[in-house]
Design a protein around this ligand. Sequence first.
Ligand SMILES: Nc1ncnc2c1ncn2[C@@H]1O[C@H](COP(=O)(O)OP(=O)(O)OP(=O)(O)O)[C@@H](O)[C@H]1O
Length: 296
Amino acid sequence: MLCRRFYTIFVRTNTYPSIKHHKFTTPFAFLDVKPLNFKPYVPNSLTQKSVSSICSMSGSRRPVSVPIPDVEKADKLELYRALESSLGTPFSSQPFLPNPSPLIIVISGPSGVGKDAVIKRLRQVRQNLHFVVTATSRDMRPGEIDGKDYFFVSKDEFLRMVERNELLEYALVYGDYKGIPKQQIRDYMAQGCDIVLRVDIQGAETLRRILGNSAVFVFLVAESESALVQRLIGRKTETKETLLVRIATAREEVKHVKRFDYVVVNAEGELENSVKLVESIIDAEKAKVQQRRVNI
Ligand SMILES: Nc1ncnc2c1ncn2[C@@H]1O[C@H](COP(=O)(O)OP(=O)(O)OP(=O)(O)O)[C@@H](O)[C@H]1O
């Protein structure tokens, strides 16, 4: 009876667009797995000690009487085995669904909003995450490590990488080239890692054109313009001229939020919450029925 009710509910509540097109021949049809010779056969009562089950014999199915012990008294394994033989095939330990696909997460937002801070913390708290190291033609600064902060290459070498189509996206920033190596993404995704890309708003727009909906785009924003300005001042890395440029640019950039999938407010003193929200976004993406498929 319970089975029948479950089955009926499934058919009647077939309202999710993603599973609507499936023909519900069995309760598990939308999972695309074979549910143990399932047939909408329901015993008269689940409390009876013996039920008719289905088994294959010489290609024909016929009911076989299998004693099922009382649920309250039975040993777990005994009950499991009885249910198994009653249904006619062993219970499968195979996962119902394949592992979720690795993701590309693009994190962007105005200067000073906290992109580096969020990503740094995210890398500390989350496994299987690869932050892509960008290639650049600029000179290495004291304290920087090749392969960790950037891949430092000459201008000629960078242009050869462009010619060989080795970069997902690249840009000339204040006279220096910066680009995202494709192979690094492929290698880490092949190992099952999610990929994090940190780009400015223009970079995010370019990546959206290249990757479409195959990547997840997260826009980081401060709680207000005033908070963003205070954060930039507090960082003590800017001159008054660059402060003005960055703030004026940020005013324009927040208008681009519409083209992103998610927005995360990185409020003052709430870095941990922002990181948790980014983690929740990743988790929700992993639970999607229609997974994003990256092809680069
Ligand atoms: N939630 C927060 N609360 C308070 N301070 C924060 C928060 N998030 C980041 N910060 C601080 O704000 C400053 C700017 O952050 P960060 O350098 O990560 O920004 P960014 O977006 O990477 O900037 P840019 O694009 O200019 O490199 C840093 O000093 C950082 O420690």
